[in-house]
Each structure stands twice: as C-alpha cells, then as structure tokens.
Design a protein. Sequence first.
Length: 216
Amino acid sequence: MIKLYGAALSNYFNIVKHNLLEKGVAFEEVMVRPNKEPATLAKSPMGKIPFIETEQGSLAESAAILDYLEERFPQPAMYPNDPFQRAKARELMRMVELYIAGPSHRHAMEVFFGAPRSQSAYAEVKPQVELGVQALARLVHFGPFVQGATFGNADICLFHNINSARAIMLAVYQWDILSAVPGLEQCLAAIGARPTTKTLVAAMEAARAAMLAQQH
C-alpha cells in the first residue's frame, strides 16, 4: 500500500491526497512536517512534503508523484488523452504554482502562524501575484472545469493552490483573487461539490481546528 507523508494543511499534500481519492487508490497517511531528519531526507531529499513510499521506494515532489500515479493507476484518467491538451493542463498547473501560490506563500508564516510581517514581502508579493492572476485569466475558459466538462489534475491543483493563495491575499491585502478571473468562483464551486473534495475539506477543517486549539 502507498504511504503518503505530509501535513493536512499543506496544499501540496492535499493535491496528492485528492488525486488518490479520485482514483480510488488505497493509501495510508503519515503525518509529518518538513524537516531535515535523516529518516525524512532518505525519502525526500530536500526534506519537503509531500512524499510517498511505494513498494519500489520513495518519491518526492508533488508533480512527479502525480505523474507516477497517472502511469501506475491510469483509470480514471486525470489528464486529457490529447497530447497538446495534456500539456496545457500541466502548463496551467505550473503557472498557478509558480506565479500565484509560490509568491503568496511568502506571507504564510504571518497569516497562519502569527509571525511578524516582512515589509519587503508586503511590497513585492501583491504585484507578483497580480501578474500570475492576469496570466491565469488569459489561459482559462471554464466549462465548468478548467478544461471543459472533464475533471482532472489541473482542477485539483487549481482548487488547492488558489484557495491557499486566496486566504493569504485576503488576510494581508484584503484583495480577493476570485474577483479578477471571470468564472473562477464557479469553477471552484463545481470542484468543491465533488464528494472527494468534501471529504478532503472536512479533514483540512478538522486539522485547522486542532491546530487552533493547540495555539490557545
């Protein structure tokens, strides 16, 4: 059985978990935070999450894990059959990660753990995320999902990365990403209505409540 390592509030962990749930693959969750312990570095060379453990060995980086799962468990398919459309899905996934989620996470310690605000991040992040959101608006044509009527990995990545970035940008700048991309709110609602998404969101909310209880 596959073991999935990570933390329930990590958007990257939840991207992989969401894929496993959609594919109906049996897996075991092992809760671990990013760290540099030898046991973790042996499975995830940078000490990052998520990573998985298989019968053949371990694998890190969410994009590599998603591709492995697609090849090992091809049904249901989470990428389009057409090579160009499959590449377009990966293009969107990469753009959202690099240009929206990535920059916004410079404020993650402030928003989620109460760390002091970085003034350099405050000045730099919003313009970077705005460029990423503008690029997203040019790229997508919802119907209701990212690539039409068929749900896939692009939707999973969009859902978790946008919701994470949106929470951060609202908290720091009082700016809602959804207002800048027509159809994005409806797409996220369609993804959120799926049974797998509801299961995952419930687990995230339980983990968030437990974290807040520990803080108080």
